[in-house]
Structure formats: C-alpha cells, structure tokens
Design a binder for this molecule. Structure first.
Ligand SMILES: [Zn+2]
Length: 342
C-alpha cells in the first residue's frame, strides 16, 4: 500500500475510533417521541436550531458517525412529516419536518444513551368541540355477537378511551358515559346544544354471515346504497324498538350546510379509514353514505364508525381486548387531531 494512503487509512480509523456511533432512529406513538439511539455510554456534543417559518428543526451531533440504519424516514404522522439525515465527515445532521402547531422538548436520556424529542400540541385554548356518542346502552344492548359480547359495552369502553385521548386538546362531550339508554334524537340534540364541530358515533357491526369482518364508516346522506341502507335500518330500528319515531327526526341543516357537512364527513371518514385499518389491523370495507337518524339530527359533520364486526370471531378477539381498544381510540383521536389541525 502506498505510504500516504496508509497514513490516511490509519488516521481516518483513529478518527472514527473516537467517534460516537448514532445507531437508530425510532418514533414512538404514546407518548409521542422521536428517539435517536446512541451506541456506547458517551453523549455526543450537539447543537439544535428551529426555523419557525418552515417548521424545520435541525440538530447536529458532533464527532459522530451514523450507522446505516440511521437514515431518512418518511413518517406522515400527527406531529412530524419526515426526517432527513445528512452525514458529514465528522458529524451528523438531522432535519426534522414538523406539522403545524407542534411543540418539542429535547433531552438526553441515560441507560442506554439516547436523545429524545418529546412532542406536544401547541393549543392556546380548546378551539373545537367533539361529541363522542357511544351507541346503544341500558335496555338497548345493540348487536349481540360472538361470545355474547354486547355492542353497547364495547363501544362505551372505546369511547371512554377516546375521551381520554382527546380531552387535553378539545372540549369533549359524551352523550353517555355509563350504561344507560338515550334516544337517538336526544343524542343529536346534545351535539347541537354544545354547537359541536364534529359528531362521532361509535358502533359495532353485525351480520348474519359471521365471515363478514372489517372496519366501516358511514356519514349522513339523504341517499344510500342498498348495503348502507341495511346498516342504517338496523341502527335506526333501535329508536322504533324503544318507542321513538325516528322518521320524525328532522334534518335541520340547510341544503348548503348539508352538502358542506357531507363533504367534511367524507374527508374525515377517508382519513380515518386508512389510518384505523393500518393501526388496528382490520379489513378495509370503505365509507358509505346513509340516512342514519342519529346523524340526520345533528347540525354539523357527523360520522358513524363501525369499529369492527361483533359477529366475527377474529374482529371480536380484538374489540374485546383493552390494548386493541386503546389502539382504536388512539387511531380515531389522531384522525380527529389531523382533521382539525393539519
Ligand atoms: Zn349500533
């Protein structure tokens, strides 16, 4: 080997030997954090800058060498969009592209050494009101499915978790927070009295064919497809079964706001559909418009979420588990946050 090259080779190895290795980039959901793992027990020196206009954070770790796994990431999450890594000769630069209205706090943690960016939402005051409507309740069990699980219990449990996820950022109104019966018209009225910005009704689907499975969302529409009409008939029948004439529940929105509400509800539905099926691991069945009494009476965008099929063994095995209920709630909460703040 040429002498000059040999010297260079030894020097560069000595240089790298003193360098701290950045090992891995991880994104955590709860609490929301971005974690940079460091190999060994030494913290690298660093500098951090945030460009408010472009919502771009730049961190440079000095005397570091990034591993192959320490690389660019596309995230498209609730707090950040992507991460770009630039490897310099003796340091590593990281760009983090932030979403709107996000705060961060950075700090080194020990054992093992890692640098952690904690994210939180920047909200001066609670701007929006979200109605969470756990379907059925009390004398109305909703659908009774596999293993005798009742729709009313599963949806209440997910609703309470969703309330917890949302209440630091939103005014949250629950149409019920215990096992009691509430007429469909009253549920919509609760939303209207609070001038709520969105109405999210939680249900579980049922089908005579117990192979039917997956996640479905409905929004209010004056017209519905044959299938959507059937689902709406079941959910509306609750009113009639318990002495409520659901055809009396009037649509109070004007034609202009009807169209706008429908558009907004579709926007929310599509986003939740993709996110939820990925997060919870359920089949995508799509979004449909139908004439739901509970949505018809609400003056704003409303959706009826069928968390999964209570008549399907696989879906029920998830819906009854607290960790899956938590995932469902988190996924819906993130979609609500994205809907209002993206
Ligand atoms: Zn239902």
């Amino acid at each position: 080997m040429n002498k000059i090259f040999l010297v260079f080779f030894i020097m560069s190895n000595l240089m790298f030997a003193n360098m701290i290795e950045l090992d891995n980039i991880r994104l955590n959901g709860n609490p929301p954090q971005l974690v940079f793992d460091v190999n060994g027990d030494k913290k690298p020196a660093y500098e951090i800058n945030y460009d408010e206009n472009n919502r771009l954070l730049f961190i440079e770790f000095f005397d570091t060498k990034a591993s192959n796994g320490f690389a660019d990431k596309f995230v498209n999450g609730s707090y950040i969009d992507k991460i770009k890594v630039v490897k310099y000769a003796a340091s590593t630069g990281i760009f983090v592209f932030f979403k709107k209205n996000v705060n961060y706090k950075g700090s080194f943690w020990s054992n093992p050494i890692r640098y952690v960016l904690d994210f939180s939402r920047k909200i001066d005051k609670k701007e929006y009101t979200v109605v969470i409507d756990p379907g059925h309740g009390g004398k109305d069990p909703g659908a009774i499915g596999f293993g005798k699980y009742m729709e009313k219990d599963i949806v209440l449990s997910v609703a309470k978790r969703l309330e917890k996820e949302l209440k630091s950022d939103f005014n949250v109104v629950m149409t019920r927070d215990n096992d009691r019966f509430i007429p469909l018209s009253e549920r919509a009225r609760i939303g209207n009295r609070q001038q709520a910005d969105i109405f999210v009704s939680l249900h579980a689907n049922a089908n005579a064919n117990n192979n039917a499975k997956g996640f479905e969302i409905f929004y209010y529409s004056q017209t519905s497809s044959g299938y959507a009409k059937k689902v709406a008939e079941f959910e509306n029948s609750v009113g009639e079964r318990f002495g409520e004439n659901t055809s009396d529940i009037a649509r109070i929105a004007t034609d202009i706001s009807y169209r706008k509400n429908k558009e907004e509800a579709i926007k929310f539905s599509r986003q939740l559909m993709n996110k939820y099926c990925g997060d919870v691991g359920l089949e995508k069945r799509g979004d449909h418009g139908a004439n739901f009494a509970v949505l018809r009476g609400f003056n704003g965008p409303g959706v009826l979420v069928e968390l999964g099929f209570i008549t399907n063994e696989g879906d029920v095995s998830k819906m009854k588990e607290s960790n899956y209920q938590e995932k469902m709630a988190e996924s819906i909460a993130n979609s609500v946050i994205n809907y209002f703040y993206q």
